[in-house]
Design a protein. Structure first.
Ligand SMILES: [Mg+2]
Length: 258
């Protein structure tokens, strides 16, 4: 395959929870040595780019902040494009609040007039926070959701997250959210723009058959599925999703680049 640019997912591709996928750091190094470019892309909205970089570095990956593109960053760009100093009511982590403020957005946790309600991953989401968000939406605030995920797994089991809360607020307010992150085509396009990638030479490497594989193909990119994460070949067949390549893990990526 004539590929030069890669969008590479994090969880399930470079690591699982706190453990690096064997050979993944070496694979990234090999891509660089072959003159390829990559962006590490994730729908994560609970951590900052710096925290992700630190996590990767501590696992032996040589990556820099500029190599990482998160849905949180895409959300900030999206809102700033609409209104540069927008006031936002946030259901999300403190880390996300800081990132939004650093970018010049005005963030509140109180019930007061806002331009946007932003719902992202927050494991301290409460009835009261949801209640406030609903009332602000009904008063006309724009609705932005980060990461439309049903649940996420970690060492202690599966956990409810942003997708469920976004759906609840869509139902109660009757207002659809603008969802930021994979598989939204704008997310892939923003990440490609960041490394000046040519679409026909770009592949998404991911473990999520919907957000990564189907999403990338619908955006006109090649999609490389890795079996090191949440989904299996059976899931692909069951959902009639056909990646352009299937690898055991990202370790095998350099070998398929002619
Ligand atoms: Mg993943």
């Amino acid at each position: 395959m004539d590929l030069k640019y890669f969008l590479i997912d994090l969880d399930g591709v470079l690591y699982n929870g706190g453990v690096a996928v064997e050979g993944a750091a070496h694979a990234l190094q090999a891509l660089r040595e072959n003159g390829c470019k990559f962006q590490l892309v994730s729908n994560t909205s609970g951590k900052t780019t710096d925290a992700i970089k630190e996590k990767l570095n501590s696992m032996g990956f040589e990556v820099y902040e500029r190599d990482i593109f998160l849905a949180a960053e895409a959300m900030v760009r999206f809102i700033k494009h609409k209104k540069s100093k927008a006031k936002c009511y946030l259901i999300g982590t403190l880390a996300l609040e800081e990132a939004m403020k650093d970018a010049g957005l005005n963030v509140t946790r109180k019930e007061e007039p806002v331009d946007f309600v932003v719902v992202a991953h927050d494991n301290e989401t409460t009835y009261n926070k949801m209640d406030i968000a609903l009332r602000l939406l009904l008063k006309g605030a724009g609705f932005v959701g980060v990461h439309d995920l049903r649940f996420y797994p970690n060492e202690t089991g599966v956990h409810i997250t942003s997708g469920a809360f976004i759906k609840a607020l869509e139902y109660s307010s009757g207002k659809p959210a603008c969802i930021i992150g994979k598989p939204n085509p704008d997310f892939f396009k923003d990440a490609m723009r960041k490394m000046k990638a040519k679409r026909e030479q770009t592949a998404m490497v991911g473990d999520d058959i919907f957000a990564d594989i189907k999403g990338a193909q619908e955006c006109g990119l090649k999609a490389i599925f890795v079996e090191s994460g949440s989904y299996s070949r059976d899931d692909l067949a069951r959902n009639n999703i056909k990646p352009d390549a299937i690898l055991k893990s990202i370790k095998d990526l350099p070998a398929i680049l002619g």
